[in-house]
Design a protein around this ligand. Structure first.
Ligand code: 5AD
Ligand code: SF4
Length: 487
């Protein structure tokens, strides 16, 4: 049997587990597979696993890796949380992400009483915070496995420690690494979509924006080697993938710390050459590092989508400095101008934080003014959330909640108005759409995306899924379009 290129039959479980990765993990997967077979026979039914993801695209990709491991072990994946194994891949970027996880863990208590052999695992960014782990150890004793962001690849080993090594002895398995320089390649991943995939190009972040907890929970920046990235993409394309999303906290600093440094623009040039690949997207781009070379690659590329996510965070230079963002309002606006000149039909999206400590009405008005100037196609707006351990958390001039909320509503109204106007201007145009799936609400409709990342629903047959077709945008509906196929 071959899994992700690994010959399972050749793994001898009478030997000690190999020390090398990823071979070591395949050993544990085989061990667990045999254990699961016995359980299935006993129960006369399959064993189900539920993986719930909170947060960003990085977490979504990590969850695909975990799902890949679970499938090799032999679990059936389910959306229902009444499963034999439940895993939460957590996010901690804002406080409310944490609260959701605690709520869910509380709900699982009853389920575990019904099914005492149920395995509950939690991983991801939240677990990299000591206070969180202490709280889980104290108040959520039903959790079986805790691991973090640096050792996702070890999931099979941790699961085997829980269920195989000491059966009956219900100890919590906790494995947390503060940081790592290790990147384990060639582990399985189970894609959510057959035709598109995220591809990690780097991990961690070195930017330390003063409000952000990511550098503390995801560690220092580490880039994958270009040859490993290209090998993965080539493999994905052979397996039917037509669109990749290159993932990194700041893709623009990709490759700087490799033994043989390479720029992100150069990596894109190489990815572009992968035959059979049709679309390339990437996120996230920090404005301070976006090079002229990258703009040139985007301009001349046939595969890079006409879409850029360029977080602004604030339109006030004074606040940007306090946020440690390393650009001014003017730098940002100039950059947008340059990009639009090179790629006139590009779709721009952004992230904006409202209520950063010390934000005055004047600062906020500057943010509104930048939004009016740039006219984003879409914007993710966030209420500032105080994250313990970040420099901004120690600032004394936190903005009162009611002021934040009032500003947030004003910003949202403006962002939505502009977005609707921009969408309205596209109605009547015929565009290329990559058909991704059947519409979840209405099976008579298909759902696809334009190069600019606009979501389009239109009537069509399932056979079109995975194809590129021409669709006329008939009606703008807020964050999506209704369209009709043009033949
Ligand atoms: N509060 C609110 N928003 C935050 N973000 C990051 N940290 C915080 C925080 N403490 C937002 C930023 C970032 C996005 C992923 O999350 O806008 O770009
Ligand atoms: Fe956080 Fe800034 Fe790094 Fe983005 S670039 S992950 S906002 S520290």
């Amino acid at each position: 049997m071959l899994y992700a290129g690994m010959d399972f039959d050749a793994i001898d479980l009478t030997n000690e587990p190999p020390a090398r990765e990823p071979q070591r993990q395949y050993y544990f997967m085989k061990q667990l597979r045999e254990w699961l077979e016995i359980k299935k026979e006993k129960l006369h039914r399959p064993l189900y696993a539920n993986v719930t993801t909170f947060g960003c695209q990085m977490n979504a990709r990590d969850s695909e890796k975990i799902t890949g491991i679970l499938k090799i072990i032999g679990y059936e994946m389910t959306e229902a949380e009444e499963a034999d194994l439940v895993l939460y891949n957590t996010c901690t970027v804002r406080e409310n992400a944490n609260l959701k996880v605690y709520g869910r863990l509380g709900q699982l208590k009853k389920q575990k009483e019904k099914n005492p052999e149920m395995v509950i695992a939690v991983c991801g960014c939240m677990m990299q915070e000591k206070t969180v782990v202490e709280k889980i150890k104290k108040s959520y004793r039903n959790v079986d496995i805790i691991f973090g962001t640096h050792n996702i690849f070890k999931f099979a080993e941790l699961l085997s420690m829980k269920v195989l090594d000491e059966p009956g002895k219900k100890k919590m398995v906790i494995d947390l690494w503060e940081d790592t320089t290790q990147i384990v390649e060639e582990l399985p991943a189970e894609r959510k979509y057959p035709f598109k995939s995220g591809v990690n190009i780097m991990f961690g972040c070195n930017n330390f924006c003063s409000y952000c907890i990511v550098p503390y929970v995801r560690g220092r920046e580490r880039s994958r080697k270009p040859e490993d990235i290209l090998a993965e993409i080539t493999c994905l394309v052979k397996d039917g993938v037509k669109e990749v999303m290159l993932l990194g906290q700041n893709v623009n600093s990709y490759g700087k710390n490799l033994e043989q440094p390479i720029t992100f623009a150069e990596l894109l040039r190489r990815v572009e050459k992968v035959e059979g690949l049709k679309r390339i997207r990437f996120m996230t781009s920090h404005p301070k590092d976006l090079s002229d070379d990258l703009i040139e690659v985007m301009r001349s590329s046939e595969k890079i989508c006409k879409q850029l996510h360029l977080p602004l965070q604030s339109g006030s230079t004074r606040l940007l400095e306090k946020m440690n963002r390393h650009y001014t309002k003017e730098d940002y606006l100039l950059l947008v101008e340059k990009i639009r000149k090179a790629v006139p039909d590009i779709t721009l999206s952004t992230d904006i934080i409202v209520g950063f400590p010390g934000e005055t009405e004047e600062d906020f008005k500057e943010t509104l003014a930048v939004v009016e100037r740039v006219r984003y196609d879409s914007a993710f707006t966030f209420l500032y959330s105080r994250r313990t351990g970040t420099p901004a958390a120690a600032l004394s001039d936190q903005v009162p909640d009611d002021v934040c909320k009032e500003r947030f509503d004003r910003l949202l109204a403006l962002v939505q108005k502009i977005s609707a106007e921009k969408n309205e201007a596209l109605v009547g145009k015929t565009v290329e759409v990559f058909v991704e799936e059947e519409n979840k609400q209405d099976p008579a409709l298909l759902t696809g995306r334009t190069s600019g990342n606009h979501l389009v629903h239109f009537p069509g047959e399932k056979a079109l899924i995975g194809e590129f077709i021409q669709v006329r945008l008939e009606e703008g509906k807020g964050f999506y379009f209704l369209g009709s196929r043009q033949v």
